[in-house]
Design a binder for this molecule. Structure first.
Ligand code: NAP
Length: 307
């Protein structure tokens, strides 16, 4: 029986683990299918306080984990595939094993959203990617396309200009969701070509098992054309990882956990932290702050129960 199981090992889960471990709760962190969360897929993080020169995302999240381990947090490689939160102790199925916990902190984050093009899934790993940091290296001197209009798309496009001979940035609208500074940086990069008001209709060529090009459509003129592409990067946001909790925890229509104040969910003893609940701020620092809140609430809850 665990005092606290933390689901997810991004900065929310790892920060919750620091606080829970320092409260002598011996937390168990279930690392999940993307250990380290979104920070592990990013490059330089310039807005996490305390790092005037910036810090590499993977280094930052690994350091938070080491800090938690230093105080006694344990990490389990695996993913929660089923949960029974109908009574206490709460039960979680991690791969083939059922675990029991007095309290639960759900910090399972959000995963990349795909365009659902007819051939997109068939070409993942063969030219289609959601992670510039992971796959950019393969497209040295090649033609790259990035889809999206948020900060992620700007960041990926800028990063990919280190490798590609050109980076086309495709966005479905005229205006961008990205912050001014990130958009300006992309606009000032001579290797990035903007294709606004444009959607991707499909990516080719599944029969060759490699990306060779895309079919595009201008939504204002309805013009359809094809463009040669070697690397196709999708950066259109994320989907919260709440599948095992559907029907048990209150979720909004997009699957994000609905907060019941502080770090509380609708289930007493189950707390949320980070992007799995936060569709507004979604920053490393806010996720870390949320992890801290969830651990403090779990600690107070257990103390009130005499544990
Ligand atoms: P986002 O802000 O939600 O932007 C998603 C983009 O993808 C939007 O431009 C959206 O278009 C587009 N999109 C969504 N579904 C689409 C579809 N089916 N087809 C075509 N386009 C689609 O997501 P994000 O860029 O991943 O950023 C998430 C959060 O992380 C934000 O708060 C961001 O500031 C933060 N972030 C920060 C940094 C940094 O500071 N270094 C880096 C990355 C991300 P519409 O605009 O038309 O809806």
């Amino acid at each position: 029986m665990h005092n606290v199981i933390i689901v997810g090992s991004g900065c929310a889960g790892n920060t919750a683990a620091i606080y829970a471990a320092r409260a002598n709760l011996k937390p168990l962190v279930v690392a999940g299918h993307e250990p380290g969360g979104q920070l592990s897929l990013t490059t330089l993080v310039e807005n996490f306080p305390g790092f005037p020169e910036g810090v590499d995302g993977p280094v930052l999240v690994e350091n938070i984990k080491k800090q938690a381990e230093h105080f006694g947090a344990e990490y389990l490689h695996g993913t929660v595939i089923e949960a029974d939160l109908s009574k206490r102790p709460f039960r979680l199925k991690v791969d083939h094993e059922w675990l029991e916990a007095r309290t639960l902190i759900i910090a399972s984050g959000a995963s990349a959203r795909w365009l659902n093009l007819p051939n997109e899934q068939k070409l993942i790993g063969h030219g289609v990617s959601s992670c510039a940091t992971c796959d950019g290296f393969f497209y040295r001197g090649k033609k790259i396309m990035v889809v999206g209009g948020g900060d992620s798309a700007m960041e990926e496009a800028n990063f990919l200009t280190r490798f590609g001979e050109e980076v086309a940035l495709v966005h479905r609208r005229e205006n961008f969701r990205a912050s001014k500074i990130m958009l300006e940086r992309a606009r000032n990069n001579p290797k990035i070509k903007f294709l606004n008001n444009t959607v991707v209709e499909d990516v080719y060529d599944a029969s060759q098992h490699v990306v060779t090009g895309v079919k595009l459509r201008n939504i204002k003129t309805d013009e359809v054309w094809e463009r040669d592409v070697d690397g196709f990067f999708v950066a259109i946001g994320h989907i919260p990882n709440t599948a095992p909790f559907i029907g048990q925890i209150d979720l909004d229509p997009d699957g994000y956990i609905i907060s019941h104040g502080g770090a509380r969910t609708n289930i007493t003893g189950v707390f949320h932290a980070g992007d799995v609940q936060d569709r507004t701020y979604r920053q490393a620092i806010t996720a870390s702050g949320a992890g801290c809140m969830a651990a403090i609430e779990a600690e107070r809850f257990l103390e009130a129960e005499g544990h």
